[in-house]
Design a protein around this ligand. Structure first.
Ligand code: CAA
Ligand code: FAD
Length: 379
């Protein structure tokens, strides 16, 4: 593994950093407080190519590698994790699978506008009664001539109201367990498809998380991705890559909090000197820097394995498990370095702490990552 970034990697990181500072930072506190989706910002991210970074240019993508993607995710997540999760879902959970397993017609119709950032996508696996236990889902698609009839409810869907295209995982043969699950492309606006209420959340408050209801929605057969029964494997493979994106998000949240704590520690004076001159604060900064460096190496290793065409399921679970714990630990300590100022919105670190928590829950909780990792070890 080469630890050196290419000139292209550095340029992507700089572009993302510049965008985060100039476009995401203004208004981020207000968007968090009022739970406003960063619509204009995400639109601009699309125009700059952040929403289809790894897609082949022939489908309007950026043709970049996964290292470039995690570098951009880290930089954007330092400032606004609500914007970066929209990007992560579109890249990893929507574009990736459509490009790998979609038909040419599906790519032409859906992947091209998604990769260009003209529209947003959503990935719909979780249900009210089935989150970690994803095979227990109840949403059902019954074949009826040249279309399926889709019924059920999906929960917690990121980009729930802002998306135009939804990848919906549903049972086609419930009696076959996970081998009876399929995946479909569903468009917003189809009869019987209703976007439910927006969740009022602890963190990533700008992200639009919704339940979705499907009541006798007609889905054309040509909107099924892959064969019948392929849906669960499709979802698991998709999440193997998605977890690299969320690990990079967690890394960015941690690194953002650390950068703020470092700067503040040099400014704030107590007992006649900057608090950075007190060893207790120095040791906190040393611990944070060490944890962040280790998380970054794990994230880059998983991304690198994916770029090499190697198996990355194990590495992505390890990266997500570790980076999400680092995000929690570092953001809590960043508040401590700020003292009372860390506890108020103006200084950003309390938001980063609230945002950090979701990285231990979505795309598989930390307990699920441990199941994936231990199964890999014991296989
Ligand atoms: N990669 C590829 N295939 C996998 C896989 C992986 N990581 N994990 C399981 N599979 C395959 C297995 O090989 C098996 O296939 P075969 O029978 O053909 O061999 C099949 O899937 C079933 O596997 P298991 O028997 O291991 O299934 P299980 O019921 O024990 O569950 C699990 C396994 C890992 C716990 C899985 O259910 C899981 O990952 N749950 C978490 C769900 C999740 O991450 N949801 C995220 C929703 S999206 C989201 O959250 C987005 C967002 O917030 C932004
Ligand atoms: P449960 O599965 O009920 O878990 C409850 C607790 O039990 C957890 O601590 C869990 O780790 C633990 N647990 C469960 N099973 C085991 C086990 N076998 N061993 C040990 N511990 C276990 N889903 C989507 O499909 N698409 C999205 O876009 C999406 N976005 C989301 C956005 C947000 C803000 C949130 C909160 C969730 C989102 N999710 C999405 C859903 C998310 O993936 C699930 O919340 C997550 O997988 C956990 O499922 P659950 O909430 O049903 O918890």
């Amino acid at each position: 593994m080469n630890f050196e970034l290419t000139e292209e990697h550095i340029a992507v990181r700089e572009a993302a950093r510049e965008f985060a500072q100039s476009e995401l930072l203004p208004g981020v506190i207000e968007r968090d407080t009022q739970a406003i989706f960063p619509k204009e910002q995400v639109q601009k991210m699309g125009e700059l190519g952040f929403l289809g970074m790894m897609v082949d240019p022939k489908y309007n993508g950026g043709g970049m590698d996964t290292i470039s993607y995690v570098l951009a995710m880290e930089e954007l997540s330092k400032i606004d994790a609500s914007a970066s999760v929209a990007m992560s879902v579109n890249n990893s959970l929507v574009c990736w699978g459509l490009e790998k397993y979609g038909t040419e017609e599906q790519k032409e119709k859906y992947l091209k506008p998604l990769a260009a950032g003209e529209i947003l996508g959503a990935f719909c696996l979780s249900e009210p009664e089935a989150g970690s236990d994803a095979t227990s889902q109840r949403t059902e698609a019954v074949l009826n001539g040249d279309h399926y009839i889709l019924n059920g409810t999906k929960n917690w869907i990121t980009n729930g109201s802002s998306a135009s295209v939804y990848l919906v995982i549903a049972q086609t043969h419930p009696e076959l367990g996970h081998k009876g699950i399929s995946v479909f492309i569903v468009e917003k606006g189809w009869d019987g498809f209703v976007v439910g209420k927006k969740e009022d959340k602890l963190g990533i408050r700008g992200s639009d998380t919704h339940s979705l209801m499907f009541s006798d929605v007609k889905v054309p057969v040509e909107n099924r991705i892959g064969e019948e029964g392929f849906g669960f494997t499709y979802a698991m493979e998709t999440l193997n890559g998605g977890r690299i994106g969320i690990a990079a998000q967690a890394l960015g949240i941690a690194a953002g909090a650390y950068e703020l704590a470092l700067a503040y520690s040099k400014e704030r004076k107590a007992f006649g000197k900057a608090i950075s001159q007190h060893q207790a604060i120095q040791f906190k900064l040393a611990d944070m820097a060490t944890q962040i460096e280790a998380a970054r190496l794990l994230v880059h290793k998983a991304a690198w394995l994916k770029d090499q065409g190697e198996d990355y399921a194990h590495a992505s679970a390890i990266a997500k498990l570790y980076a999400s714990q680092v995000a929690m630990d570092v953001t809590v300590e960043a508040i401590q370095v700020h003292g009372g100022y860390g506890y108020v919105k103006e200084y950003h670190v309390e938001r980063l702490m609230r945002d950090a928590k979701i990285t231990q829950i979505y795309e598989g909780t930390s307990e699920i990552q441990k199941i994936v990792i231990s199964r890999g070890i014991l296989r």
